[in-house]
Write a protein that binds this ligand. Structure first.
Ligand SMILES: CC(C)(COP(=O)(O)OP(=O)(O)OC[C@H]1O[C@@H](n2cnc3c(N)ncnc32)[C@H](O)[C@@H]1OP(=O)(O)O)[C@@H](O)C(=O)NCCC(=O)NCCS
Length: 171
């Protein structure tokens, strides 16, 4: 989970179209709203993606999707432009999926992506997600209602952790 000191950086990235890209809605999150993230653990939970050298290059976040059983989590992610195309997002999504299935009582993890966002679709497919279909006109991007693909990975498809272990989580 994000540290308090990284909340201003997260809010800056979240609000920056260069980071969230052309296929995400434009966001407006104030620093005060960002600080509330730590108080509302059931809402958006961001994690900063950090390289081995300590540099911070983006974020991957999870949030609950409204559902009567409350067992569905959705993820979203963005990388700063200079660090894209190097495999980092795929690795971050693999780690997030391990983390969620190891630590949460969820049956599926899902993601949605604008149908034009080929990079994001490749990340999900490489991380083991399956495309379920098209959710028509479900995201408002730059004034247009756009179609998105819904992807998911089920607990039984994930089977075992790919990168994390239970021991890593407890340490
Ligand atoms: C989409 C995004 C997260 C991908 O992250 P990334 O770290 O560049 O992805 P990876 O390096 O792990 O790439 C995974 C695969 O996708 C491919 N890929 C990445 N960006 C691509 C693009 N724009 N077009 C086509 N393929 C792309 C890579 O080549 C790689 O495939 P390969 O292993 O067969 O070569 C990144 O471009 C981004 O932050 N975009 C803006 C925010 C965004 O769109 N977020 C997702 C919203 S749903």
């Amino acid at each position: 989970m994000i540290e308090k000191e990284d909340l201003p950086l997260f809010a800056e990235w979240f609000n920056k179209p260069e980071v969230t890209g052309e296929y995400n809605p434009l966001h407006q999150m104030s620093r005060t709203e960002a600080e509330k993230i730590l108080e509302n653990p059931n809402e958006l939970k961001p994690f900063i993606i950090e390289k081995k050298d300590g540099s911070k290059i983006g974020f991957v976040a999870h949030f609950y999707v409204l559902h009567v059983a409350g067992k569905l989590l959705e993820i979203g992610y963005s990388l700063i432009p200079d660090e894209r195309g190097k495999g980092y997002c795929t690795e971050a999504v693999l780690i997030m999926v391990d983390y969620l299935f190891l630590s949460r009582d969820v049956i599926r993890v899902q993601a949605t992506t604008d149908v034009r966002n080929v990079g994001s679709q490749k990340v999900l497919e490489k991380a083991g997600f399956k495309k379920e279909g098209t959710i028509r006109k479900s995201i408002l991007i730059r004034g247009d209602w756009r179609d998105a693909y819904l992807y998911s990975i089920l607990r039984e498809e994930w089977k075992v952790p790919k990168i994390l272990t239970k021991a890593t989580l407890q340490s």
